[in-house]
Design a protein around this ligand. Structure first.
Ligand SMILES: Cc1ncc(COP(=O)(O)O)c(C=O)c1O
Length: 373
């Protein structure tokens, strides 16, 4: 029992750490099945922007081949994975920082560069990990109002102060799916002073159509303050393995690599990621499935008379009104979506694009939850 005269153990943590709001992930399938008393295979999870096609088959084969070596520490330099990334992105190994998911990369950027004396900027409705990473350090957070649910790049640039060290921009953004044309991002980078790092989070970049493919890796010579963050969790189907990476100027990558835990990406994840990046057939299928799914969901939501935010990612955010009640009602049918009140959107739900039958089941459950069927 705690002696009431003693401070609680929590108070040993600094106030900025105690004030961190815990990250609430999508509700797990196993937990939902337990609560509903039904089999896990009857649960449909469309809550965490995972790939409904499963993992890349090439990645699975690579994991099987790598299994016998897990008694060894992984290659802390990630040599083989960096060879593939360098070839794909047209950058050198010195431009790369590997992460335990891109969460790790985002947090690493904050830990490497921010101090309590600095401020960091991000948008309203921005990905939750930015406030978390900034607050853990005790740096000041500047939250800029969104425009049409997305990044207001002019306002973000105008918010830079003399103590600002970092700006986070997700493109496309999560949880809104909004996208800023690359030319606007380029103009934004030209406006931000080079003493301010711009962390450009491209977690959903693979889902962009060819004509909107990201050109940003080619901008590093011009913008040495640019840190591009990418992930294998989404289109490559490896969320459970945790692999992401940053592409940055060699000086930026060098200091981030010093702060990085030496073995932050495990052996199986390294092998799987290298194979997945070259699995062009799987990526093509993921992208085609997603594009068709976005249309299917948008059509269905339109038929239900619901307003949704046009999305360039692998999810769609829809205004349903009493989102918490709708979420619970769908959950009772075994359909898990994502409430996003924590992102300042209490009337919206976010749904991850699924296979055609998933999208259909989601639309049916949503219609019933809204009393429309
Ligand atoms: C915008 C954005 N960035 C980064 C991530 C982190 O993904 P991971 O750590 O799995 O790479 C996510 C995951 O949802 C995301 O939505």
């Amino acid at each position: 029992m705690n002696d009431s005269r003693e401070p609680s153990m929590k108070e040993l943590a600094p106030a900025n750490v105690r004030a961190i709001a815990p990250y609430v992930p999508g509700k797990p399938i196993a937990e939902t099945a337990r609560e509903l008393g039904i089999a896990e295979d009857r649960i449909l999870k469309m809550a965490s922007n995972e790939n409904p096609l499963g993992p890349s088959p090439a990645a699975l084969a690579a994991i099987r081949a790598a299994l016998d070596d897990v008694n060894y520490y992984p290659d802390g330099s990630g040599y083989d994975l960096k060879v593939v990334l360098s070839r794909k992105l047209g950058v050198g190994a010195a431009n790369l920082v590997l992460g335990n998911g891109s969460n790790d990369v985002l947090e690493l950027a904050a830990r490497t560069f921010l101090t309590r004396d600095d401020s960091a900027i991000y948008s309203q409705h921005a990905f939750m990990v930015y406030p978390l990473a900034v607050q853990a350090i005790g740096a000041k957070a500047i939250v800029v109002p969104a425009r049409d649910y997305g990044n207001d790049l002019d306002a973000l640039a105008a918010a830079v102060r003399s103590d600002t060290k970092m700006v986070f921009v997700a493109n496309p953004n999560n949880p809104t799916g909004t996208f800023s044309p690359w030319a606007e991002i380029e103009r934004f980078l030209a406006r931000v002073p080079s003493r301010v790092l711009v962390v450009l989070d491209e977690a959903y970049g693979e889902y962009l159509p060819d004509e909107l493919a990201s050109p940003t890796a080619g901008w590093l010579a011009r913008f040495p303050n640019l840190v591009i963050s990418r992930t294998l969790s989404k289109a490559y189907g490896l969320a459970g393995l945790r692999v992401g990476f940053a592409v940055a100027h060699p000086d930026v990558a060098d200091v981030m690599n010093r702060v990085r835990q030496p073995f932050n990406v495990n052996h199986l994840a390294l092998a799987a990621a290298a194979a997945a990046l070259d699995d062009t057939d799987f990526i093509a299928r993921s992208r085609a499935m997603n594009a068709a799914g976005l249309v299917q969901l948008a059509d269905g939501l339109g038929r239900l008379g619901l307003e949704y935010i046009p999305s360039r990612a692998n999810f769609l955010t829809v205004r349903v009104g009493a989102a918490d009640a709708v979420y619970r009602s769908m959950l009772a049918e075994g359909v898990i979506v994502r409430p996003i009140a924590g992102y300042g959107l209490p009337e919206h739900l976010r749904v991850t694009v699924g296979l055609p039958e998933h999208n259909e089941r989601f639309l049916g459950a949503l219609a019933r939850a809204l009393g429309k069927r």
